[in-house]
Design a protein around this ligand. Structure first.
Ligand code: C2E
Ligand code: MG
Ligand code: MG
Ligand code: MG
Length: 279
């Protein structure tokens, strides 16, 4: 590490540099420990049908239970993991755990329609997502259509992978493919026709502005129409109040998730929710 070696001459800004570098290194080391010692867990946020109110799926969202700091949100450690090889290990862990959990639920008679997992673009450099998914499906025996992979537009636009090949392979495994945070990335609409997708997730920022901004409303409306025309399910993220849900319903949005109906839940609470669903 250069700044450190030349400390005498560079100390003027290397102190700053080492402080942030040390923080990252520390976080990275603790995260490595966390992966090895089972400190990661998945919360699940229910997804709902706008029209019928039925449960359509659960999104797996990672949490880190650090002994000292308590529950750490993915916004803090996923970016650090993405800049190291850790994201590969985390991605693998998430896919396997979500599939195992689904298998457990199905075995115990809880009819969970679907579980969605998030995948980082960086993950694809380190691990073969297709083989991770294939192994997890094989190990757990869950119906592949009950697993949904959430990719961001960044994954599809990445030049270092061949998204077509990867998505086709995933699709051949029978899993569903979703685009997360749709509308926020540097994306080209062309990929919507090129890739075998199932679901578009309207980013929370559009849901937030839906009631106040005609522009946001126009974007939401356009995504919904696009979904209808291309035969893709459209889900709105981050729905926090019933006015937003009403507006989404009027626009023909299919599904939603958000604090209005449910936050991401720990396992015990998911199970209580599943057990109490009307049949
Ligand atoms: P995301 O996949 O877009 O997930 C949605 C985020 O919005 C979640 O935050 C969720 O808790 C939050 N959210 C849902 N409904 C509402 C709402 O009504 N209001 C508000 N204010 N927030 C809501 P979370 O769990 O902190 O995750 C943040 C991001 O971290 C995720 O965004 C995803 O990009 C990433 N992430 C989470 N789990 C994983 C994972 O297992 N692997 C990878 N690679 N990334 C993950
Ligand atoms: Mg997501
Ligand atoms: Mg999202
Ligand atoms: Mg988001």
């Amino acid at each position: 590490f250069k700044a450190k070696e030349q400390r005498g001459s560079l100390s003027f800004f290397s102190d700053d540099l080492t402080a942030s570098a040390r923080y990252r290194l520390d976080l990275e080391q603790r995260l490595r420990y966390a992966i090895e010692h089972d400190e990661l867990c998945l919360f699940y946020q229910p997804q709902w049908d706008v029209r019928t109110g039925e449960l359509t799926g659960l999104e797996a969202l990672i949490r880190w239970h650090d002994a000292e700091r308590g529950l750490i949100a993915p916004g803090v450690f996923i970016p650090v993991a993405e800049q190291s090889s850790l994201i590969g290990a985390i991605g693998c862990w998430v896919v396997r755990h979500a599939c195992q959990q689904m298998a457990e639920w199905l075995e115990s008679g809880l009819d969970v329609p679907r579980v969605a997992v998030n995948v980082s673009p960086q993950q694809l450099h380190y691990h073969d997502l297709v083989s991770i998914v294939r192994d997890a499906l094989q190990e757990t025996g869950i119906p592949p259509a009950r697993l949904e992979i959430e990719l961001t537009e960044g994954v599809l636009m990445s030049s270092s992978i061949e998204p077509e090949v990867m998505l086709d392979s995933l699709r051949q495994l029978g899993v569903r493919l979703a685009i997360d945070d749709f509308g926020t990335g540097y994306s080209s609409l062309a990929y919507l026709t090129r890739f075998p997708l199932d679901l578009l997730k309207i980013d929370k920022s559009f849901t937030d502005d839906l009631l106040f901004s005609p522009e946001a409303r126009a974007v939401v409306e356009t995504i919904i129409v696009l979904g209808q025309k291309l035969n893709l399910t459209v889900l709105a993220e981050g729905v926090e109040n019933s006015e937003q849900l009403d507006a989404l319903s009027q626009l023909g949005c299919h599904q939603f998730q958000g604090y209005l109906r449910s936050r991401p839940l720990p396992i015990e609470e998911v199970q209580a929710l599943l057990a109490n669903l009307p049949h």
